[in-house]
Design a protein around this ligand. Structure first.
Ligand code: PRX
Length: 651
């Protein structure tokens, strides 16, 4: 029990002004939720109509979470995603801004109308066709946060090619792995990116990656900074020159609801990142519906999600959801603390942003700077605040609420994953009483269940593993090229259920509190990393014999990367080697995988069968030396004493 006097309320009902005008209020949520789980066919049959179909569906749902696992929604319907995100708004919104682009440099911004978006996307789609891209082909996109990233996604969707976006912070090796895995023949990149005033050598990285991606025959390069780049004649083409050569007319391809829309690589417990595959109809219905209801989006409002399009949040909630809803979506090239730590709030004032969606790690970093940089801005346009990517600690929630939102704006803490395509658990701003730190209640059609480690269903107030009992339209359909891995990863731990990999608590009000990953995935500043990936990068270094990586609590990043490294016989630990290993991992994976701490480990705690006991390594990293638990099953319990001693000496 908390014994200190506390005057802060622990629950936050929707402000009356929001509840009154919201798409759904508390009663509406209860009614629609019940309908959605009692009769999913009827519910989704109705709500699937929110988008335009070329041939309307008559079949709604065909799902099995057992055996071979298959998931199909609206599966006899046909549509085109880019037509839904652009063409259908041309009748009444052609001159409305679709995308506000705010550059890294505050002096640079532009508005792109739906009419302009249409022209740009059609032209690029024609370029892709001219370069031989066909329906079903994969196009890889390695771009900074510039409008061309959205054009590229929509151009692929227009001609039925799948896009695979690789975040600009990934290394050439990571890019190469992803190009090769999905067998892309075309890459779209830029000369350089620009973030916080610093240049990112995208074309240089891409050239590096292409050395080992023989099937990529064409590279289209956006001129962003005008910086000097190497050039391979016959393979490299300037984006601006190519789009000038083609027509601005490109009819959208008729796609079946279950045709793939995109692949997005994400990290798991084991092996290399896997290509999460999303399809056309269900994904768009779900992305647009969650965008409307979770953010209570109203026509004419400016909506801003600060994610990068390299992550799923950028796919669903910068591009597809908002544009399908005819929204004005803001795309930001920069970072929260450039040129100053007021940047977010200044952009909100500059563009009259009503809805602002960001990550807890950014909130925590800005919170450190105090209230002044926020309070000097007005933020009076703000109506709704959102959070995504990791659990938000109540302290950060309260600061977001009080300081950023002036206690006026509901916060939606949205829990979801690359695999889920859209938000699964979140308050609705006009309906749900929020509790700081809780993602609260499921979205329509979502059926969370909590199970213990043996898969037993836990009822009522409880804690355990978070699964979904049934499908929702935005769910991933397979791992690209490896359906067995899809079944194994998500449906084999708990038979007949989709396992999120997250732990959670359900309180007496039925609210969900996500407690973080229970598998070997860590969440660093809202970026998802597989510990196995970082370990294999470390082990690839010639001086390293063995490595084990765990997450540990980190004030700003949520989790930091803690690496235990055993060197080859004859090698000696040194600060230089530590630096060398850090640089090595950055080169192998990218800066987002930079280890925060490397501890030299003469040995690693293993069971007699040779399995590394990560539970123990996590405790040591977290400085919880008293709570190591049972170490008697270890092959050599002395290893642990040594690691603890080392850790303590580290401070
Ligand atoms: O652990 C959960 C955490 O992020 C994981 C998914 O990461 P990714 O696929 O990269 O997608 C991030 C953006 C959707 C989840 O398994 N996570 C995401 N949102 C929340 C969260 N944890 C707690 N609260 C959230 N709101």
């Amino acid at each position: 029990m908390n014994t200190t006097p506390n005057t802060t309320p622990s629950t936050f009902p929707p402000p009356e002004a929001v509840a009154k005008s919201a798409w759904v209020d508390a009663e509406g949520y209860a009614r629609m939720y019940e309908q959605s789980v009692k009769d999913p066919e009827a519910f989704w049959g109705e709500h699937g109509k929110r988008i335009d179909w070329m041939r309307p569906y008559t079949k709604i749902k065909d799902v099995s979470f057992t055996g071979d696992v298959h998931i199909r929604w609206f599966f006899d319907g046909t549509l085109n995603v880019s037509a839904n995100c652009i063409d259908r708004h041309l009748a009444d919104k052609a001159d409305q801004t679709a995308i506000i682009w705010e550059g890294d440099n505050p002096a640079e911004s532009k508005h792109i109308t739906y009419r302009e978006l249409h022209e740009q996307v059609c032209r690029l789609a024609n370029v892709l066709k001219a370069k031989g891209v066909k329906k079903g082909d994969r196009v890889t996109i390695y771009l900074p946060m510039i409008p061309e990233a959205a054009y590229a996604m929509l151009a692929c969707a227009r001609i039925g090619a799948m896009h695979s976006i690789v975040f600009g912070g990934f290394s050439p090796d990571s890019l190469r792995d992803r190009l090769v895995d999905c067998d892309s023949h075309l890459l779209i990149t830029a000369d350089e990116g620009l973030r916080g005033g610093r240049k990112v050598p995208l074309k240089k990285n891409a050239d590096e990656a292409l050395k080992e991606s023989p099937n990529v025959k064409t590279q289209i390069v956006v001129r962003r900074t005008g910086g000097e780049v190497a050039w391979t004649e016959g393979r490299d083409f300037w984006y601006d020159e190519e789009i000038a050569k083609v027509s601005a007319d490109c009819p959208p391809e008729e796609m079946s609801a279950e045709d793939p829309l995109f692949i997005l690589y994400t990290s798991g417990s084991t092996g290399k990142p896997k290509g999460v595959l999303h399809t056309t109809g269900g994904y768009l219905v779900y992305a647009s519906m969650t965008h409307q209801y979770v953010f209570d989006y109203k026509p004419g409002e400016v909506y801003w999600c600060t994610a990068d399009v390299g992550w799923v949040t950028g796919h669903s909630y910068i591009v597809y959801g908002p544009l399908a809803n005819g929204a004005t979506t803001l795309m930001f090239e920069g970072i929260p603390n450039y040129p100053s730590v007021s940047r977010f709030w200044e952009v909100i004032d500059k563009h009259n942003v009503s809805i602002f969606y960001t990550a807890p790690t950014a909130i925590r970093a800005l919170m450190r700077e105090g209230e002044a940089p926020v309070k000097k801005t007005s933020r009076k346009s703000l109506r709704i605040l959102g959070s995504v990517g990791e659990p938000i600690n109540p302290e950060a929630w309260l600061w977001y609420h009080k300081v950023v939102g002036d206690e006026r704006c509901p916060i939606v803490d949205t829990f979801w994953q690359t695999e889920t395509g859209g938000i699964l658990i979140s308050p609705l701003p006009g309906a749900t009483t929020a509790k700081p730190g809780s993602a609260t209640l499921p979205f329509f059609g979502v059926q969370p269940v909590v199970v213990d480690n043996d898969g037993k269903l836990l009822e009522g107030e409880t804690e355990g593993n978070l699964c979904m009992a049934d499908s929702w339209p935005g769910q991933m359909r397979t791992v690209f090229g490896d359906h067995a891995r899809f079944v194994q990863t998500y449906f084999s731990t708990f038979e007949g259920k989709y396992f999120t990999g997250d732990g959670c608590r359900r309180d007496a009000d039925g609210y969900y509190w996500i407690t973080g990953r229970v598998d070997d995935v860590i969440n660093v500043s809202g970026h998802r990393m597989g510990t196995a990936e970082i370990e294999s990068a470390l082990v690839a270094h010639p001086k390293v014999a063995e490595a084990a990586v765990v997450g540990y609590p980190h004030d700003l990043k949520g989790q930091g990367i803690y690496a235990y490294v055993t060197l080859n016989a004859g090698e000696h630990p040194s600060d230089e080697l530590r630096k060398e290993l850090v640089t090595w991992v950055r080169k192998e994976i990218g800066p987002i995988a930079t280890p925060d701490l490397i501890q030299w480990a003469p040995g690693l705690p293993k069971t007699r069968s040779g399995k590394i006991m990560r539970r123990i390594l996590r405790k040591i990293a977290a400085n919880e030396h008293e709570a190591l638990g049972d170490t008697s099953t270890l092959a050599d319990p002395n290893v642990v004493t040594e690691l603890v001693d080392n850790r303590m000496n580290h401070g």
